[in-house]
Design a protein around this ligand. Structure first.
Ligand code: 13P
Length: 252
């Protein structure tokens, strides 16, 4: 059985004060949750205070990005050593916004995935097609390219520590969620691809999250699908109440 992982990607939102207030509220609302793994990914500037606020709670810390070198002359970058030092257990890698605005490619995503694994953290690797790619019937082709390119050179043991987030770009921040069937179709495709690339056993162990306009109202339908193992939540993770409702999808 795969333990669901529901993570909040706060993107470029929240000052230190706002971040700490959000997790203080969230901690109380999800304190009784046992069968769902919960994580939040604040901006870099709030990671340390949020890590302190999360101590002793059932919420894990994630970062939104990382550079692949451990240290050196890379002005403005953050290394996996630094994230590990703060207590990060997950790192989001290859988000479509980073691919779109910051030139992230399968090759840089692959380097980052390996850097995260090398330091004992777990990457959440994002994949997904743009609207024009879906409309051109290229969804599976694009997703395959992201999956194969991003995971190149990983061992089975490493692969089992990776989380894949399927985030159709047309569903991010648009209020237009993929239907549970549309998402399931791609998740199943990804799992079959992992079975070919690694093994059936490994493919069965890897968690595949859905992301894109998740809300308290649509999470249960998505989670009911056999290959959807959690969610990567943007906008609805910026408020404790809505994120807690998503985490407790089984009550819906
Ligand atoms: P929204 O939930 O705001 O659509 O964002 C999804 C996302 O990009 C999470 O990484």
């Amino acid at each position: 059985m795969r333990m669901p992982l529901i993570a909040g990607n706060w993107k470029m939102n929240k000052t230190v004060g706002e971040a700490v207030q959000l997790v203080e509220e969230l901690k109380k609302l999800v304190a009784d949750v046992k069968d769902v793994e919960i994580a939040v990914a604040p901006p870099f500037t709030a990671l340390y205070p949020v890590a302190q606020a999360l101590k002793g709670s059932n919420i894990k810390l994630a970062a939104q990005d990382v550079f692949w070198e451990d240290s050196g002359a890379y002005t403005g970058e953050i290394s996996p050593v630094m994230l590990k030092d703060l207590g990060c257990q997950y790192v989001i890698v290859g988000h479509s916004e980073r691919r779109q605005y910051f030139g992230e490619t399968n090759e840089t995503v692959n380097r980052k995935v390996k850097a995260v694994l090398r330091h004992g953290m777990r990457p959440i690797m994002c994949v997904g097609e743009k609207l024009e790619e879906r409309e051109a019937g290229k969804t599976m082709e694009v997703v395959k390219d992201h999956v194969v390119g991003g995971l190149e050179g990983l061992s089975e043991e490493e692969m089992e520590r990776v989380v894949i987030a399927y985030e159709p770009v047309w569903a991010i921040g648009t209020g237009r969620t993929a239907t549970p069937q549309q998402a399931q179709e791609v998740h199943q495709f990804i799992r079959e691809l992992l079975a070919e690339m690694f093994s059936k056993e490994t493919a069965e162990r890897v968690r595949i999250q859905y992301g894109g306009s998740i809300k308290p109202e649509n999470i249960a339908g998505l989670m009911a699908q056999p290959d959807i193992d959690g969610g990567l939540v943007g906008g609805a993770s910026l408020q404790a109440e809505s994120f807690a409702k998503i985490v407790k999808f089984y009550e819906r």
